[in-house]
Design a protein around this ligand. Structure first.
Ligand code: HEC
Ligand code: HEC
Length: 314
């Protein structure tokens, strides 16, 4: 046997042996994973093929003489044979052109893959699954979902105790409303969407004085009614209750529970009001409550249930 082939076999054998040796010390070896097995088989094939291709060309250089017709041109005595393009190459060249035209006109446009499209499809499917899975949850389950949403979306502003960090950053959600916020509503009026549609709460110049219907509400009355409302409209004999009956009842109702299409409930929370706050945001005494559009309808309902659970039992 030729010395060259002997060397080829020795080198290939050594490389395969080294691969096998390393494999032995890999933690999981080749166990079970088809990808690893394929990679190793590929590596072994590469070793063998490379070694024998190299041998072939080295052998060719050593023994073979080139033959054929030389081109007319001679570049400083370096000649070039007139070899025809190998048939296989020509086929591949033409094939590539045909494939390229197909891909450009039909292949890509028809089969186009889009990551964004795939993402959107997955989101739609998962949203459907979510809707189906949670369509009927209520009670504690809903409150628990709401708490999770709260911890992700609301805690940054409203705080772990849901008190808005002392109403510095956001509203205190343990109570329906604070004195500060009632006073702000009266002094400045409100043009938000607590009802889901635009309904304006007039400012103090448009709110009547409880004793004299032709004069606007006074500072003393504002203080009293703010205290009454913030206290949950409980102290029915207070001065605030009197102002409320004279000035606010016509819109907010005698018990402050709101009148449909007219004014919101300011005595307690309700799901619709909370969902409106999440859907439209709110700007008032403390600052800006952002629109929470990334929550879906169920999540809004859940976080509303959680907020309502906070002031229960008081
Ligand atoms: C003309 C009807 C009208 C009258 C009178 C009125 N309100 Fe309002 N009030 C509204 C409307 C409408 C809103 C909701 C505004 C909005 O969506 O931003 C509102 C909102 C409020 C809010 C804000 C609730 C929140 O969640 O922030 C408070 C507090 C309030 N009113 C208190 C009062 C008090 C106290 C009086 C009496 C002194 C009064 N309102 C009189 C119509 C009225
Ligand atoms: C970027 C800070 C921020 C985030 C996040 C935030 N809020 Fe608020 N929220 C506020 C501020 C500020 C107010 C007070 C608005 C005002 O001045 O009345 C507020 C007010 C509220 C109110 C009171 C509305 C009323 O009518 O009195 C509720 C309820 C509320 N937020 C619920 C939530 C919930 C639930 C989340 C989470 C899904 C949340 N907020 C996320 C800042 C935030």
């Amino acid at each position: 046997m030729n010395k060259l082939y002997l060397w080829g076999i020795i080198i290939a054998g050594a490389m395969l042996g080294a691969t096998a040796y390393v494999l032995k010390y890999l933690k999981n070896g080749l166990s079970g994973d088809i990808v690893n097995i394929l990679a190793i088989a590929g590596a072994a094939a590469l070793v063998v093929i490379t070694v024998f291709v190299v041998i072939k060309y080295v052998h060719q250089m050593q023994v073979e003489q080139a033959t054929g017709e030389l081109a007319d041109e001679s570049w400083d005595d370096i000649g070039e044979y007139k070899n025809p393009v190998p048939f296989g190459w020509a086929i591949i060249f033409l094939g590539t052109m045909i494939w390229g035209m197909w891909y450009f006109t039909i292949g890509y446009p028809v089969n186009a893959f889009s990551q964004i499209g795939q993402y959107n499809e997955e989101v739609t499917t998962l949203n459907k699954q979510f809707d189906k899975k949670y369509a009927n949850i209520k009670g504690d389950e809903l409150v628990n979902m709401g708490e999770s949403v709260y911890l992700v979306e609301c805690v940054a502003c409203h705080g772990l105790n849901a008190d808005g960090n002392g109403e510095i950053d956001a509203a205190d959600l343990n109570q329906r409303i604070s004195e500060k916020s009632v006073k702000y509503a009266i002094n400045h009026g409100l043009t938000g969407k607590l009802l889901g549609s635009e309904a304006t709460m007039p400012d103090r110049t448009g709110l009547m004085n409880a004793n004299n219907n032709y004069a606007p509400i006074t500072d003393i009355e504002i203080d009293a009614v703010a205290k009454y409302v913030a206290g949950g409209l409980k102290d029915k004999n207070s001065a605030g209750a009197k102002v409320f009956a004279g000035t606010c009842t016509m819109c907010h109702g005698p018990d402050g529970k709101g009148v449909v299409g007219m004014a919101p409930d300011i005595a307690t929370w309700n799901t619709k009001l909370l969902v409106n706050v999440l859907s439209y945001g709110k700007v008032a005494a403390i600052g800006t409550m952002p629109v929470m559009d990334r929550l879906n309808a169920k999540q809004k309902e859940a976080v509303a249930a959680y907020v309502m659970s906070l002031s229960k039992g008081e």
